[in-house]
Write a protein that binds this ligand. Structure first.
Ligand SMILES: [Zn+2]
Ligand SMILES: [Zn+2]
Length: 471
């Protein structure tokens, strides 16, 4: 509660001043301080009580009751200001927030007056979003819902700051469960559907990446590492003789928005990953002359690779080059840069040209990890091996994230297992892997095995389905 301060005016008269914050200074983005003066301490205290009880704007309205008509903005207007005044973000992120607001809360409650936002309005909107009633009708991922909630929180804060609300109506309203697909995309630059590239698509993308970053990209695709794990990799984490990399730490964002290096997200995030031969060859020259604690992958001028810079200066341009053949590329076009709005050739960024040898999908950086997982699964790698490689704490995450890639892959896995059973009975290699599978996966595998065996008219014998479901 603002405390009234006694002031002595010229001529010896006294007045009581109440200082409080109202609105935002458009230049600095900081709350604007203002004051009201009263002839007596009692009046000042009464006003001060109003300020803390109903907010500065409402207190002023009450004080000057009838003297002015206050036009209350809509949530859309509040949101537009909130997003415009956010500091420390890039234009691309700002655009993303505008889009996200428009298709989520803006679509549902954007026209609501700022002083009419109640807990019930928020609850209804959250339920509608969970039911896929946003502008796009999509089921949102957990990450997207969190971003939406962050936006709403900012809008509510601003409503309170401007005095349109006295309390936070979103407080205590629980988020709905999101689609599980993006649970692992915490270090991603956007949310949305997962993109898995075929080997051909990957080649097109790889060729369009700047040469300096090709080893880095191939490392991501060959290991499935998270961005935050790869950029902090040190010389000592690699053992090229054994062809392994040890993931021991990761770059994370702390709650106050700083980047910090800490242990991986979960216990199983700490892991050792076998490296493909191509990655080993890529890495050899990178390690030349490096000390044990030096970073393996760096920006062209040294130093840690920064996500935003990499995205705008390398990833986006590479995707653009991959998506447009030389015939459909105008040298003056800037659509493929980090500043597409500067393009003087196009008003709207043209879609992929679709010519032979170009990329049609638009993968995000994190999709390289998904791509890695999809390759493993397509080649019949057991899902728990994929889990270990990606560093998922629970196999449920792996199954939830990649279940749509499973049916064919499980058949292949079953086939691989059946071959192994036939030839390596007792050697334990495949058997131990299969036995370490959780019951649910084992049941799937056993069912697939039976189908395969029947199709081939093969009697797999008792070992082929080792106590399915009760291993
Ligand atoms: Zn073309
Ligand atoms: Zn253009």
């Amino acid at each position: 509660m603002p405390t009234p301060r006694k002031r002595t005016l010229k001529g010896g008269k006294t007045s009581w001043q109440v200082r409080f914050y109202l609105g935002t200074n458009l230049k600095t983005g900081k709350p604007k301080q203002t004051s009201e003066s009263f002839p007596t301490e009692r009046e000042a205290e009464r006003f001060s009580n109003w300020v803390s009880a109903i907010g500065p704007q409402a207190a002023l309205d009450k004080l000057y009751d009838g003297e002015e008509v206050v036009v209350v903005p809509t949530l859309d207007e509040i949101a537009a200001d909130h997003i415009r005044l956010l500091t420390g973000i890039e234009d691309g992120t700002r655009l993303g927030y505008e889009r996200l607001w428009k298709r989520s809360f803006g679509h549902l409650i954007g026209q609501t007056r700022a002083d009419q936002l109640s807990a019930d309005v928020v609850r209804q909107a959250v339920n509608d979003l969970a039911a896929g009633k946003g502008a796009t009708g999509e089921q949102y991922s957990t990450k997207s819902l969190e971003n939406q909630r962050g936006l709403l929180a900012g809008v509510v804060d601003r409503c309170i700051e401007l005095g349109h609300l006295t309390r936070n109506p979103a407080k205590g309203v629980r988020l709905p469960e999101g689609r599980r697909v993006a649970v692992d995309a915490e270090d991603d630059e956007d949310d949305g559907e997962m993109v898995c590239l075929t080997h051909e698509e990957w080649d097109v993308l790889y060729d369009s990446i700047a040469v300096h970053y090709q080893p880095f990209l191939r490392f991501l695709a060959g290991t499935g590492c998270r961005w935050g794990e790869a950029v902090v990799l040190r010389r000592r984490d690699l053992d090229l003789g054994a062809r392994t990399v040890k993931i021991r730490r990761a770059l994370k964002w702390s709650s106050d928005g700083n980047r910090v290096i800490g242990p991986p997200k979960t216990k199983k995030g700490k892991r050792t990953i076998a490296l493909p031969a191509e990655v080993v060859e890529d890495l050899r020259p990178l390690l030349d002359g490096k000390a044990a604690s030096d970073l393996v992958f760096t920006a062209p001028r040294g130093g840690m690779i920064a996500h935003r810079t990499f995205w705008s200066k390398n990833w986006r341009p590479a995707i653009w080059r991959a998506q447009h053949c030389s015939k459909h590329t105008d040298p003056a076009c800037r659509c493929g840069t980090g500043e597409p709005h500067r393009c003087k050739v196009h008003d709207v960024v043209p879609p992929p040209c679709g010519c032979a040898g170009t990329l049609v999908q638009t993968p995000r950086i994190h999709d390289v990890r998904h791509t890695h997982a999809s390759w493993l699964l397509a080649n019949g790698t057991p899902i728990h091996v994929v889990q270990a490689r990606l560093g998922h704490e629970s196999i449920q995450t792996t199954v939830d994230t990649y279940s749509h890639l499973l049916p064919d892959a499980q058949l292949l896995a079953a086939e691989a297992a059946s071959l192994a059973f036939a030839r390596q009975q007792g050697s334990g290699i495949w058997l131990s892997r299969v036995e370490s599978l959780p019951d649910e996966v084992l049941r799937q595998l056993a069912a697939a095995l039976t189908v395969e065996a029947e199709k081939r008219g093969v009697d797999l014998g008792p070992l082929a389905i080792p106590a399915a479901g009760a291993a």
